[in-house]
Each structure stands twice: as structure tokens, then as C-alpha cells.
Design a protein around this ligand. Structure first.
Ligand SMILES: [Zn+2]
Length: 353
């Protein structure tokens, strides 16, 4: 099995070398072990690899035994078995066996997880499970500590309103308004939309992670000032009175089903974001049938967000089911809240100290 893997790898490498692709690009010169130990690739090295390849037509269609350029079994080396998840701290070459002479079979990027299955007796190399095969990386550049998510240059102001993550765990709704002294810094999330700085950074990371998975998330609404909320609310009350002949109280009641009163919206808190897919320009209940929604439900808690107004909790939240509305509560609570099947009001009642 290992033999087969090497043969295929050799054939692919040979094909790359011959078709003129810069196969060496797959081997960055700045890679950690190369920079410290191995000399950069020379033209002699490249041409010797080309020589080992057969004609392009043959390698492309039917790799033969002769395409193998490993004569002794390099996988026959000693290592102490171990089982650990570790993380690359640098751009790191993955080699076929524990030597800088060994063929590079891949690369780990900073933060990539490595499935460590052993360590060489001298401690210099970790043996990892790499795409189903055994491979080696320089031990110095693997760390047991999971790296922080890319935090960009998030600078929290001194004496900021939110002292730590727990502070994001609170309820804002139509009954519980933001405190008088509520004060936040905001940052852009997408386009002109902003959120509170920590929520913004997490939301940007979430959108970027979705993009990596081929999911295009579109922000439709985010931070709204209390003033904006007041205008929005009053505009809607006015139009219901004028267009539908409602009394003021009727109109206020009707508007409040969909729009929070000023100061009573998570959007005023800068902690809520409405997200839809690229093909729509408004919120809509069928958003739950999209792959964007499926992705969000599967990943939002990784970034500290929850689906805030779930189906079946309308009486508690005071809101219709909103598959598009996500609230930042911090990673510590997000997953537990979603797993509990409770809405934030219910969960908070059970867990707040
Ligand atoms: Zn919303």
C-alpha cells in the first residue's frame, strides 16, 4: 500500500516536472525546515528528477513500476509510537521519512492540525498521519497548543465596556433594554455594516471560513444605533396608522412584532447580524432551505454566534422564527445554548449567576 502511494506520487511529480508546471512551487523555499537546514533546490536536483520520469504520454496514462525512484524502503525507520493532535507553528515541509534529504510530500501551514503518531528516537522529527500515509515533519515546528484563531490586530480599548467574554452573555429584548451606560466600539464586518469590535472580528472570521467552504454569506443588517432604531420604529408605526387606519397603540403593537423598540434590539447592542444568501435582498423564511443557512447552523457557534429566534420559541422571544438573525454571545456559551434547544431567555434564566 505504501509502495503504491509512492509510485503514484512519483508519477504525478514526474508529470508535473515534464509538463512545464513549476512543480517546485509546491515546495516553498521559506518553509521552516528548509530555511534552517536544507539547501534550496538546485537545478541539478530538478533535472535528476526529470530524468527519472518516462515519456509524458506514458506517465499520464499508465504509470509503470519503472517510474518509482525509491530503491530502498525509506519508511523503514525507528520511531516511538505516540498519539497526539499537534499544530504547525510555521510553514512546514512534510517529508516522506525523517531526513531533510527525503522527498517533500506536502506542506503544513501555520495553525494546521497534525495527527501525530510517533517521534523519532532523537526527538528531532514527528511522525504524522498525512493523507492516510505516514510522513515526517521537523519536531521543532509542531506545538501541542492550539493556536488562537487569527485575531488580526484587534485592540480592545482600556476600561472597555466588555471586560471579558462572559460579559457578552446577557439578554436584550423587548422587555429588557440596553443599560444606560452601554457603550461600545464598532468595526466593519462587510461593506458598510458594523458590529461591536469583538463581535465584528468573530463575524469576519466566520464569513471568511464560510468562503473557504464555498459559502457566500451576505450581511443584510448589523449594528443599528438607538436613534436609527427609533426612526425605524416610528416610521413603521406612522405608516400603519396612515395606511391601515390603526390606532397608535394598535400600530405600536403590530410593529413591535417585527421591530424592536429603540434600545430593545440586539442590533442596537451591536451584537446581532442578519445574514442571507447572495441571491436575495431581504430576509425571508425560506432562507432555512439554503446551503448558507445549513453552514451557519453548523458553524456559527464556533465563532460565538447563536441562532437567536428559533422556531417554536416565538412566545418566549417575542419574535417570529428568524433563520437569518445571529447573536454574538461568546464562544463559551454559544454551543451549549444551541445544543440545549433553549432560546437565550430560557438559557440565561437557568445559567446566569
Ligand atoms: Zn436581526
Amino acid at each position: 500500500m505504501n509502495f503504491g502511494y509512492r509510485r503514484v506520487a512519483a508519477a504525478i511529480f514526474a508529470a508535473l516536472a515534464l509538463c512545464g508546471c513549476a512543480s517546485r512551487q509546491a515546495v516553498p523555499v521559506s518553509s521552516a525546515d528548509q530555511a534552517t537546514e536544507a539547501p534550496p533546490a538546485t537545478s541539478a536536483e530538478i533535472s535528476s528528477e526529470i530524468e527519472t520520469a518516462t515519456a509524458p504520454s506514458e506517465t499520464a496514462t499508465a504509470p509503470t513500476e519503472e517510474t518509482t525512484f525509491v530503491t530502498t524502503d525509506p519508511l523503514d525507520y525507528a520511531f516511538e509510537p505516540l498519539s497526539a493532535k499537534m499544530y504547525s507553528t510555521d510553514t512546514l515541509n512534510v517529508r516522506e521519512y525523517p531526513s531533510t534529504e527525503a522527498k517533500i510530500v506536502g506542506q503544513l501551514n501555520p495553525g494546521d492540525e497534525a495527527d501525530v503518531v510517533g517521534r523519532t528516537p532523537d526527538g528531532a522529527w514527528y511522525v504524522i498521519n498525512f493523507d492516510g500515509s505516514r510522513a515526517c515533519v521537523f519536531a521543532e515546528y509542531l506545538s501541542a497548543e492550539q493556536p488562537e484563531e487569527e485575531t488580526e490586530q484587534l485592540v480592545i480599548p482600556e476600561n472597555y465596556y466588555f471586560a471579558d467574554e462572559d460579559d457578552y452573555f446577557f439578554v436584550v429584548n423587548k422587555q429588557i433594554y440596553l443599560p444606560e451606560d452601554y457603550s461600545i466600539e464598532t468595526a466593519f464586518v462587510q461593506g458598510s455594516y458594523e458590529l461591536e469590535i469583538v463581535a465584528a472580528e468573530r463575524c469576519r472570521a466566520m464569513i471568511a471560513a464560510a468562503e473557504k467552504d464555498g459559502i457566500d454569506l451576505k450581511v443584510l443588517s448589523a449594528y443599528r444605533t438607538v436613534e436609527y432604531q427609533r426612526n425605524l420604529f416610528e416610521r413603521n408605526v406612522k405608516s400603519r396608522m396612515e395606511d391601515y387606519g390603526m390606532t397608535y397603540d394598535e400600530a405600536v403593537y403590530d410593529v413591535s412584532i417585527n421591530i424592536a423598540p429603540p434600545g430593545g434590539s440586539e442590533h442596537n447592542a451591536g451584537l446581532a447580524v442578519d445574514i442571507i444568501d447572495r441571491n436575495h435582498w431581504d430576509t425571508y423564511e425560506e432562507f432555512e432551505d439554503t446551503e448558507e443557512f445549513e453552514w451557519l447552523i453548523g458553524h456559527c457557534t464556533d465563532f460565538g454566534f447563536i441562532l437567536r429566534y428559533p422556531k417554536g420559541k416565538e412566545d418566549v422571544t417575542g419574535y417570529i422564527y428568524e433563520p437569518w438573525h445571529y447573536r454574538y454571545v461568546g464562544v463559551k456559551y454559544a454551543k451549549d445554548i444551541m445544543d440545549s434547544g433553549l432560546c437565550l431567555e430560557e438559557y440565561f434564566e437557568q445559567h446566569a449567576q
